[in-house]
Design a protein around this ligand. Sequence first.
Ligand SMILES: Cc1cc2nc3c(=O)[nH]c(=O)nc-3n(C[C@H](O)[C@H](O)[C@H](O)COP(=O)(O)OP(=O)(O)OC[C@H]3O[C@@H](n4cnc5c(N)ncnc54)[C@H](O)[C@@H]3O)c2cc1C
Length: 427
Amino acid sequence: MADDASPTKPIHIMGAGLSGLAAAIVLAKAGKEVHVHDVRADSGARFDGDFQALENWSMDADFFQQLGAWGLDASTFKATTFDTVDLIHPDDEITQARTDGVAYRIVERGTSDHTIDQGFKRQAIEAGAQLHYKSRVKEEDCTIVACGPKGTSAVAYGEIFKTDHPNHIAFQLNDRLAPGSYTYLIIIDGVGLICTCLWRKQRKSDRFLNETIAWYEAHYPNLNRQPIKRVGGKGDFTINRNYKQDGRYYVGESGGLQDFMWGFGMRMAVWSGVLAARDILGQGDYEQEVRKQLMPYVRTSVANRWLMNRVGDRMFKRMCKAWMRDQEKRGDGLIWIGKLFRPTLFKRLLYRLVSPFMLVKDPKAHGRGVRRMPFRGALKRDVWEPSPAAQAIGQQWDTIRRGGGHVSFADDKESDATGQENTAISS
Ligand SMILES: Cc1cc2nc3c(=O)[nH]c(=O)nc-3n(C[C@H](O)[C@H](O)[C@H](O)COP(=O)(O)OP(=O)(O)OC[C@H]3O[C@@H](n4cnc5c(N)ncnc54)[C@H](O)[C@@H]3O)c2cc1C
């Protein structure tokens, strides 16, 4: 296999997820011989029907326009646009954040035809890339490393269900149901997802999902939820000294290119895949472009995460109020959230100050100087007994699972800050 990007040698990409496929499409379109290897049986298999949000607030450019400019076709997958979201405050008050533009687009991850993973896969095949599934290759033998998360900095769990509720999105800041993070409800065309994200490592983590579902059932009484399966996975947030090392490009989550604050990593995954491909085609320097185009956002998200780690529901409530006040003043709910994600001098200084204490060295990272955000430990306030409603939901799921209900993250592993795998994620 090729381990460099000389003009005639085939290019091997490790990982057929969003970042790997984005790179493959650009390279194959330019006439390169491209081989993409994935350990799983198909692109998107890691996610199995999970809904994810393509954020559209962190910069002025619309993400679909960016895709078009990179030669990627957004019409190859289903994307549902939303301009309103229920913002659920930690004290259960529900307000709406609105915009005249596109707040975000919900896409499905997985192996169904309409998922973003399959849309990218079709584009890669059409461009001439050769995809090899259930293929195990060595990192040293690949030019682009696009394997997604390795270590664990945070996890998310969700339940997918049938529903007759109209399309809807809700986003809840709640430190009890989602330690250090948020929960969400997404309903699209008769399929719903309730998910909780855990930025602190927990025992019996399924109680957080059960309690979250119980919360939504109590506050959205017309869900008529019929559980199908449970999904989820881990996020890996790292800062790397080098994004290109020994001729290899580290893209997407393999390069730690993620949103440390809330885990909106898809945009950066695709973007970094495109930047790596362009470097190989002689259209820019990956290392420089990552630093210029992506790192200001990554660093801002590190600073944001540091702040988030220091607060709880009282500050989450203040954030919700500030967001709504800003929306009232400016007539657009995207501005406040957009500003939170955008680089500022304050966030840059904060990053410099806090990142040495916040990140832990990964000794196994091929000399790339990888520092990972560790999965933080639980706090005293994370210890609580599930409500009777949550217990009933847990029992309902046990019955469904025994009857064949699928859990997609059962083969995902949690790892500590050094990237060492230890315990399986509990389901
Ligand atoms: C539950 C959950 C919800 C999320 N929600 C959102 C969201 O709403 N919005 C958002 O923007 N982001 C979200 N993210 C983050 C987003 O999914 C990732 O940031 C993004 O998929 C990263 O893309 P990637 O190409 O780096 O990795 P992936 O898309 O995960 O692709 C990696 C691929 O590499 C393969 N692979 C792994 N190891 C190897 C190996 N050794 N050899 C070969 N192949 C290998 C995997 O099978 C996989 O196909 C979420 C993540 C999780 C876990």
